[in-house]
Ligand binder design. Structure first.
Ligand code: SF4
Ligand code: MG
Length: 327
């Protein structure tokens, strides 16, 4: 399948007073129409930085896309003139975030916020926008939408607010939806409803979805393909079957163990010993080496390269890369 979005060797770095943080350090991934790519990793792994790079929302300074390309429908978004980018952002590419309260305007009714978005992107009139807002609230499963359309965000539950965010994102019928931890603030039942909602809408609109999450349960439930990130790099990439049935990187052993534990809090999710290294003081060899039960001498000396197992499946680990060193 042809990629709708394709990131190639993306480097997004942050120039801090203490040094350079490589938020994205040579990231590549792609997603096609109708497909869901899950980008998974602990916080600080670079999964949100990649998403913000796609949206051209990296704060500059201190951040900057140093190199690489972000091809959307064949056009590079890196260095695209702002006006052209704005026509794509929120129109062909929409994004929803973990905490809708921070993205919703607290002093504007949800109906008006949806209507404004429609007017901005679809040039709808005020009346059309309002009618469409009611319809969209119905689509995302908000009961009595003709009443709730007059609510302010604080009058709604967290799950309802996330539905409103999805309604706003969908107002423009995007080709690509980026969902950054969309359900991690919600309880498990509501989480399942929201994921199902996104899936249903994806089918209807034939949207590509990038699902950013730290939760392997969400990955199992939503993904066609998976990019596993660690310290700014994709350390394993493959179809959901390859990632769950034939994982290669030792980091995935710990991640997979976290699946049955989706009832626990975020902090309790990880069963991997040790912590993510300081981005300003990364290990010289494999960045996972300090936590890796399979680390060998070479792992502490040199960074592993990429080893491919199939067209879709590859990893970055010396366990498989030994032969490559001689090639
Ligand atoms: Fe572990 Fe070595 Fe593979 Fe890194 S390269 S994940 S330290 S085995
Ligand atoms: Mg994040």
């Amino acid at each position: 399948t042809e990629a709708l979005l394709e990131i190639n060797d993306l480097n997004t770095w942050f120039y801090t007073d203490d040094g350079v943080v490589r938020g994205c350090d040579g990231v590549s991934y792609s997603v096609a129409r109708g497909e869901t790519l899950a980008v998974v990793g602990e916080s600080g792994s670079g999964k949100s930085v990649a998403a913000m790079s796609i949206m051209n929302l990296i704060p500059n300074p201190p951040g900057r896309i140093v190199s690489g390309e972000i091809l959307f429908d064949g056009k590079d978004l890196v260095g695209m003139p702002l006006a052209e980018m704005q026509a794509i952002r929120g129109n062909r590419i929409a994004m929803i975030f973990q905490e809708p309260m921070t993205s919703l305007n607290p002093v504007m009714t949800v109906g008006r916020q949806i209507a404004e978005s429609l007017r901005l992107h679809q040039k709808a009139t005020k009346k059309e926008g309002w009618a469409k807002a009611v319809e969209l609230l119905r689509v995302v499963g908000i009961p009595a939408p003709e009443k709730r359309v007059h609510d302010y965000p604080h009058q709604m539950s967290g799950g309802m607010r996330q539905r409103v965010m999805i309604a706003i994102a969908l107002a423009c019928r995007p080709d690509l939806l980026i969902a950054d931890e969309p359900t991690s603030a919600l309880d498990v039942t509501v989480q399942k409803q929201i994921l199902k909602l996104i899936r249903d809408l994806q089918k209807e609109l034939d949207m590509a979805v990038i699902m950013i999450t730290h939760d392997m349960g969400v990955v199992a439930e939503t993904a066609d393909k998976v990019a596993v990130m660690y310290t700014g790099q994709v350390v394993e990439y493959g179809s959901v079957e390859e990632i769950f049935n034939a994982p290669k990187h030792p980091y995935l052993d710990g991640l997979r163990r976290s699946i049955p534990r989706i009832d626990l809090d975020e902090e309790e999710l990880y069963t991997i010993d040790g912590i993510v290294p300081d981005p300003l003081n990364l290990p010289v060899g494999c960045r996972f080496a300090p936590r890796c039960p399979k680390a060998m001498a070479i792992c502490h000396e040199k960074q592993p390269g990429i080893t491919r197992f199939s067209e879709s499946h590859h990893t970055r680990c010396w366990l498989y890369g030994k032969e490559d060193a001689h090639a």
